[in-house]
Ligand binder design. Structure first.
Ligand SMILES: [Zn+2]
Length: 443
């Protein structure tokens, strides 16, 4: 990794960039499934140096996820927006790390150390170099050269400090009016009239105390209607009568104990996206199926698998027709839920349980309903495998028909689906899976 003053210029990173790309070429990623590529991205690429890499890095990861190492001229569609891909699985993404946030979280660790470590040599050096803006942080750097690292860190201060509150000990590092030490709002904002009259606008808490208690001084005598405000303020201050001798500290709000960690900083910075949030995505990831199948289910739930209808939406000139019934448009909801041919696969499992079932409108609803009905099942974990199993069988057969011009009979397709189901059950629950009939019997 190159070090030195020029580390901010882009040219110097080409070397590393090439190394990353070479690494990827060595993996036979054209043979990897989407799930395999997600794993590789999370485990290997992210272990490469991330500092200042995020800009290039995202493009590499994005292409690798959707393109593999295929010839770059052979364009592949990026099926789901990158902004969503880098959300956690719980929030509807693939759990690929957001490097910008990761990087910021790592840098914030230095702000935490700066604010909480006393008399560390590195801290004294930085203090001497930049001067202090307040009791917690240095001035913003205005020098153009040689201070890039601390400048990047210092720029995150407001973002960082907004997630902190001050734990008052001896009151010596906390500004009475201007700092957030009571709840999430400053006393200045909460009592603007009193603040304007105060003669101690810049005082610390310790300076506002004497042996008798709080020593609040104002420019003039208070009017009757202002006395209520004082009473309110004194009530709040009543909780803080015992100052001790320790230094004031920061309390990191995202953590219950108030201690900073890179992980909690990362999680608290991920913005929950309202339009995809809310749906229980764990229904996809908690099911005991191979990762590549779960990723495929995820694509379906996002209406993103490349059916003919989706290809048309992306500008391909084709005539869209379902490969099974040959009369409807091949949308995701038709192919995987509503096609009258495909319904025969669903019927196998529905008949076995003897439930009544009306097919919901889309993939997400279907998953939710299926799992809800499965709650009465003796083997509800197996029951949850069924939709992914049906969908994967349909997709494999559909691709045979579409790309290889081969097809198997509905009878064989049913059989394939059962065998797949059997193998997944056997893999996850080896102790109680003997043969297909006995597995089905106990659904
Ligand atoms: Zn159809």
């Amino acid at each position: 990794m190159p070090l030195g003053d020029k580390s901010r210029s882009k040219g110097i990173w080409n070397n590393i960039l090439e190394k990353c790309e070479k690494k990827l070429v060595n993996w036979k990623s054209q043979y990897l499934s989407l799930g395999g590529r997600v794993t590789l991205i999370n485990s290997v690429l992210d272990a490469l140096p991330t500092y200042m890499m995020s800009v290039f890095h995202d493009a590499i990861r994005r292409n690798f996820l959707w393109q593999g190492n295929c010839d770059p001229n052979n364009h592949k569609f990026h099926l789901v927006k990158w902004d969503q891909v880098i959300l956690s699985k719980k929030e509807g993404g693939l759990g690929i790390r957001n490097l910008k946030i990761q990087n910021q979280s790592l840098l914030m660790k230095w702000l935490w150390r700066f604010a909480s470590q006393e008399q560390a040599l590195w801290k004294e050096t930085i203090k001497a170099r930049f001067g202090m803006e307040n009791l917690w942080i240095t001035n913003l750097s205005t020098q153009p050269y040689g201070s890039g690292v601390w400048r990047s860190i210092r720029n995150l201060w407001i973002k960082f400090f907004n997630k902190c509150k001050i734990k008052v000990r001896n009151g010596g590092r906390t500004l009475f009016w201007e700092d957030k030490w009571v709840d999430q709002v400053t006393l200045r904002n909460r009592f603007p009239i009193l603040f304007n009259m105060s003669l101690q606008k810049e005082a610390t808490i310790r300076e506002m105390r004497d042996n008798q208690g709080w020593d609040l001084r104002f420019r003039r005598h208070l009017n009757d209607w202002e006395v209520n405000k004082i009473v309110e303020l004194l009530n709040i201050l009543g909780q803080y009568k015992d100052l001790n001798t320790d230094e004031d500290n920061l309390f990191w709000n995202p953590d219950e104990q108030g201690r900073f960690s890179v992980g909690s900083a990362y999680r608290s910075s991920q913005r929950p996206d309202t339009h995809i949030g809310g749906w229980p995505w764990k229904m996809i990831w908690k099911v005991k199926i191979p990762l590549k199948i779960a990723c495929f289910t995820w694509l379906l739930a996002n209406q993103a698998a490349l059916t003919q209808h989706n290809l048309m939406k992306r500008g391909m000139q084709i005539c869209s027709r379902c490969w099974f019934c040959e009369c409807e448009v091949e949308t995701i909801n038709h192919l995987f839920l509503h096609c009258r041919e495909v319904a025969k696969l669903w019927q196998i499992f529905i008949n076995l349980r003897g439930i009544s079932w009306t097919m919901p409108r889309n993939i997400k609803e279907a998953l939710a309903c299926w799992n809800r009905d499965g709650n009465q099942s003796g083997h509800r974990e197996r029951w949850k495998i069924v939709p992914a199993c049906i969908w994967w069988s349909i997709w494999m057969e559909r691709n045979q028909r579409c790309f290889k011009n081969k097809s198997c009979s509905m009878q064989n397709l049913k059989l394939n689906c059962m065998v797949l189901f059997f193998f997944w059950c056997k893999h996850e629950y080896p102790q109680d899976a003997e043969d297909i009939p006995s597995i089905l019997e106990f659904l």
